[in-house]
Write a protein that binds this ligand. Structure first.
Ligand SMILES: [Zn+2]
Length: 298
């Protein structure tokens, strides 16, 4: 039953690719084009939930077996001129203050949300309808839970990710549950842009999407350039913690270990050349130190 809408959206994406020269065709191993020294105006962090998993060893294979771990879930909002960009949309806000929480894999992890996205946007005088772009790091439910809050925004994700969640049943039932949930949460955006590899969104180096596959086939990270703060990389799930990044540890649930290591290395080298810092989405210790909306980085 998915055939018609999926084909329709693939067709839309092809039309968009032909009509929009800003869609990147760069190979994912190339560094993102630095075509200028443009800057975005502001970067805000939003609280998009937190979670407790009952076995940390899924993220640190061979270590911390049966130990519980708490993760943060973050979303970010970037103001660039008149444009408003949402990077990821977090855990579905319908579950706000539900003591039972919400889950993508109930046997492993449970998420809780205390603040809706809408209420956080209000703090800076915005509503979901003001958001120009919704850019998704990847299709896991804790990152795309509120895409349907933004029906008028252009949704951007990697074509490899879209193809993966629409590739039909696989052998692993857990994987099938994840991709089915992804299709449900993504829905059928009116404006969907599927990209291949890196994308310099404004053509001036202010907002770069960096292809970082491995956690999932079409995972990406985002690098924003700010006047005072310099370059900040928003991780997506290229890593889950500072410890994993330093020790090159790959979670067992990642779809491709070699790609994961290569993507981490790619981020490492970009951090060096741009003197960039990285905000790691699920690293609760780091997240707790970051500014929270209405405070911002500029
Ligand atoms: Zn993920």
């Amino acid at each position: 039953m998915r055939g018609t809408p999926v084909n329709r959206f693939c067709a839309w994406a092809v039309v968009a690719a032909l009509a929009n020269p800003s869609i990147s065709t760069a190979a994912s191993s190339d560094p993102p084009a630095l075509t200028g020294s443009g800057v975005a105006d502001r970067l805000y962090r939003l609280d998009c939930g937190h979670s407790v998993a009952n076995d940390e060893s899924v993220w640190t294979p061979g270590e911390n077996v049966g130990k519980s771990i708490e993760f943060s879930s973050t979303c970010y909002l970037i103001k660039h001129g008149r444009d408003v960009i949402m990077w990821d949309t977090g855990v579905p806000e319908a579950t706000v203050n539900d003591p039972k929480g919400w889950s993508t894999l109930p046997s492993l992890i449970v998420y809780h949300v205390e603040r809706t996205l809408t209420s956080q946007l209000v703090e800076i005088g915005l509503a979901p309808g003001d958001v120009t772009y919704v850019i998704l790091s990847h299709s896991h439910g804790d990152h795309i839970g509120n895409v349907k809050l933004f029906p008028d925004s252009e949704v951007i994700l990697q074509k490899a990710e879209f193809d993966w969640i629409n590739s039909g049943p696989q052998a692993d039932p857990k994987l099938n549950a994840l991709t089915a949930l992804a299709r449900e949460l993504l829905g059928h955006p009116k404006k969907l842009r599927l990209i291949n590899g890196d994308l310099d969104l404004y053509g001036d180096g202010s907002v770069d999407l960096i292809s970082t596959p491995g956690h999932t086939p079409g995972s990406q990270s985002l690098m924003v350039h700010l006047a005072k703060s310099g370059y900040i990389i928003l991780s997506g799930d290229v890593v889950h913690s500072k410890g994993n990044f330093e020790r090159r540890t790959v979670p067992s649930l990642n779809t491709d270990r070699a790609q994961s290591l290569a993507s981490m290395q790619r981020i490492r080298s970009i951090m060096q050349t741009r003197h960039a810092q990285m905000f790691i989405n699920h690293d609760k210790a780091q997240t707790d130190q970051l500014k929270l909306i209405p405070d911002f980085y500029d």
